[in-house]
Design a protein around this ligand. Structure first.
Ligand code: AMP
Ligand code: FE
Ligand code: FE
Ligand code: ZN
Length: 285
């Protein structure tokens, strides 16, 4: 059996490994393929593809976009995107600006709470990658204001917490449309994060996304129970969607998640890569 991991972050966003380091880890883990899916950027993809060629690891170009949703968090993965496609680059530039506008707001709120953090310190933590709340959480931990990244989210940064600031994000239609127009395949990431406890609610949300052009569901995921995975697989089958999977590897930023294995029980069959390739040939724009 060949295995893959189709959800990985690098230093281009909030992961702790460079794209080159990620590909080496994939080789060491015995994976046949990985997808680089950084938040709102394609910046890490080219380096990963180049190192993948050297090491014999297939690297699928990808991206993870945050999209508007009224309950929990909805993220859309885009796979096999044409890296030179202007349309997605324009969308990413817009989303990146929204991030850049949001970070000073969060810092100001932290300052108001008696936790001073500067933009220069934050940029040093992010090493030039897209800055997200995990970087702020790391900085708060390094400065001794909190005990851990999860405590930083819990006390200050999660939705509804006192230093939280929303970022202006895309609608699901905009995200799916941009992915399709750049030749990519749109997959709903980690459905558990939608925060829908009833399978019927999940089915309804996915049915709506299918109308908007959704291609697949990330059924195999580090935080999904066997039961939840089965629910996702059944919904994918019902709507003719492809099935993908990934660990959401972030390196040291989420030390309890291992590449290709998640919390230990995850295995993503290589057939998921074949499904993405098959679907890419059929995407309608
Ligand atoms: P942002 O992109 O700035 O909105 O931050 C979202 C990212 O923060 C997610 O993709 C996760 O990587 C991370 N994250 C969200 N909630 C938590 C949490 N409770 N603990 C650790 N990391 C989190
Ligand atoms: Fe992340
Ligand atoms: Fe995500
Ligand atoms: Zn992710």
């Amino acid at each position: 059996m060949k295995y893959c991991d189709l959800h990985c972050h690098t230093t281009a966003s909030d992961g702790s490994d460079t794209p080159a380091e990620l590909v080496k880890l994939a080789r060491d883990a015995g994976l046949a393929a990985i997808a680089v899916t950084d938040h709102d950027t394609l910046e890490g993809v080219k380096e990963a593809i180049a190192v993948g060629k050297e090491l014999g690891i297939e690297v699928i170009p990808g991206v993870e976009l945050s999209v508007q949703f009224h309950v929990g968090n909805m993220h859309m993965l885009g796979y096999l995107i044409d890296l030179d496609c202007k349309e997605l680059q324009k969308v990413l530039a817009r989303v990146q600006k929204a991030r850049a506008d949001r970070n000073p707001v969060i810092l100001k709120r932290l300052q108001g709470l008696g936790l001073p953090v500067t933009m220069a310190e934050l940029e040093a933590v992010a090493h030039g990658g897209q800055i997200g709340r995990p970087h702020i959480a790391r900085l708060l931990t390094e400065k001794g204001y909190v005990k851990s990244v999860s405590q930083a989210f819990e006390l200050y940064l999660k939705k509804g917490a006192p230093a939280y600031a929303p970022k202006s994000i895309l609608t699901p239609e905009q995200a799916i449309g941009a992915i399709h127009r750049c030749g990519g395949v749109a997959v709903l990431a980690h459905p558990f994060s939608l925060g829908l406890s009833r399978p019927d609610d999940l089915d309804g949300v996915i049915a709506d996304l299918v109308h908007k052009g959704l291609d697949g569901i990330e059924c195999y995921y580090s935080e999904h129970s066997k039961e939840f995975t089965d629910t996702c697989l059944a919904i994918a089958k019902k709507y003719g969607l492809i099935v993908t999977g990934g660990s959401d590897y972030h390196g040291k930023a989420k030390p309890y998640i291992k590449l290709g294995r998640g919390k230990g029980g995850l295995r993503v069959p290589y057939s998921c890569v074949e499904a993405i390739k098959g679907r890419a040939g059929k995407v309608l724009t």
